[in-house]
Design a protein around this ligand. Structure first.
Ligand code: ADP
Length: 185
């Protein structure tokens, strides 16, 4: 199955994505992880991306699309994948649609992990990652609201959209996601 996982920063997407890919044997494509690895390796793309990431802004679409095109061409993606953190803008979603239409491998679902914004701010402040200063958190939530949320409607129109409640225990949320994805098998 080919699934995209959409959710604001702090929703717990990474944790759930990790468990879901193990359960279904999918490749885990986290663009945040890819960008952090590129940044740590000081590649040209990584250093460019860091200018945006450190302020909480999204990196430019061309840059992330280049990374994803390359990644989706790798053999482990043939058995299905969970895209975690991509697409995050309508332009990225359109680029993905074109890419997948060319390959004849459309998406099966777009799964939203829904968490209210007050809860996100609380969780992110608690997590205290180096890039989690209040100003950066605000910027990232803002980017989600303005640039990523329109995707919910985009995928709803394509009849791919499913939303699950992101409040509860890790296991409860996992069970909700599983119930949705089991139907795709
Ligand atoms: P979080 O879910 O905590 O915001 P991620 O690990 O998914 O964090 O991403 C970290 C940062 O990487 C983002 O704030 C953004 O700058 C950049 N990034 C990741 N994925 C994308 C994307 N698809 N488009 C643009 N920027 C991205």
């Amino acid at each position: 199955m080919r699934v995209i996982f959409i959710g604001p920063p702090g929703a717990g997407k990474g944790t759930q994505a990790q468990r879901l890919v193990e359960l279904y044997g999918l490749a885990h494509l986290s663009t945040g992880d890819m960008l952090r690895a590129a940044r740590d390796a000081k590649t040209e793309i990584g250093l460019k991306a860091d200018e945006y990431m450190s302020s909480g802004a999204l990196v430019p679409d061309e840059l992330i699309v280049t990374i994803i095109v390359e990644r989706l061409g790798q053999p482990d993606c043939r058995n299905g994948y969970l895209l975690d953190g991509f697409p995050r803008t309508i332009a990225q979603a359109q680029a993905l649609d074109e890419m997948l239409a060319d390959k004849g491998t459309p998406l099966d679902a777009a799964l939203e992990l829904k968490v209210p914004e007050e809860e996100l701010f609380r969780r992110l402040a608690e997590r205290g990652r180096a890039d989690d200063s209040p100003e950066v958190i605000r910027q990232r939530l803002d980017a989600y609201r303005k640039q990523t949320k329109p995707l919910l409607d985009y995928y709803n129109q394509q009849k791919l959209f499913v939303s699950i409640d992101g409040l509860g225990t890790e296991d409860e949320i996992f069970d909700r996601a599983k119930a949705v994805l089991d139907k795709l098998l």
